[in-house]
Design a protein around this ligand. Structure first.
Ligand code: ZN
Ligand code: ZN
Length: 191
């Protein structure tokens, strides 16, 4: 029974795409099962500037292995990525491949829920892959997504995308007395 103040969710839905049933595996250490599934991406899979679109297909290749303490899950996820370049804001489309490994401990012994909340646990032979997938995807993302490694970004004077116009230049630096006005014009153009 969850203790007071516990946010432990005790009922996983076995039909949920990211919930796996490990019953078939049995509890004999060493028994293994390979699982490949296509699942729809859950919401907010990624970071603000780059992520897997909700509902797009994520391919999971998993190996489940019974060990003494529980079930060891080793696998990889392949998914579509969309986002924007942090330098020039151009849309980015890419493919992501993330690897992960996690031990899901059998939950049939009484345990103190405050003991260590970091442990992943099986619940009635079910395990929830979503937190694992989420962590693996975020870790595999580039910190600063770029449209190309040497993206020159935007012109600091007029905001043009320099990759489209490599010879871009301004004859004279804009007179600082006019800079404020230029900014004002740009703001109006963006509206
Ligand atoms: Zn760029
Ligand atoms: Zn410019």
């Amino acid at each position: 029974m969850p203790g007071p103040g516990s946010d432990h969710i005790s009922n996983l839905d076995p039909r949920a795409p990211l919930v796996l049933d490990t019953r078939e595996l049995g509890r004999r250490p060493g028994s293994q099962r390979e699982v490949t599934r296509m699942v729809p991406a859950p919401a907010d899979l990624g970071i603000e500037v780059l992520g897997v679109p909700e509902g797009s297909q994520v391919e999971l290749d998993l190996r489940l292995e019974a060990v003494m303490e529980g079930v060891l899950v080793t696998g990889s996820a392949t998914a579509e990525l969309v986002g924007e370049c942090v330098r020039c804001l151009e849309p980015i489309e890419d493919e992501l491949s993330a690897r992960f490994q996690e031990l899901f401990v059998y939950d049939d012994r009484d345990h103190d829920p405050d003991e260590d909340d970091e442990t992943s646990r099986l619940e009635d032979d079910l395990l929830d892959l979503e937190p694992l997938l989420r962590d693996a995807v975020v870790l595999a993302l580039p910190f600063q997504p770029l449209c190309s490694e040497d993206c020159p970004g935007l012109c600091t004077e007029c905001g043009a995308r320099l990759a489209d116009d490599p010879d871009h230049g301004h004859d004279e630096p804009i007179d600082p007395r006019w800079a404020g006005l230029t900014q004002l014009v740009q703001d109006q153009e963006e509206d």
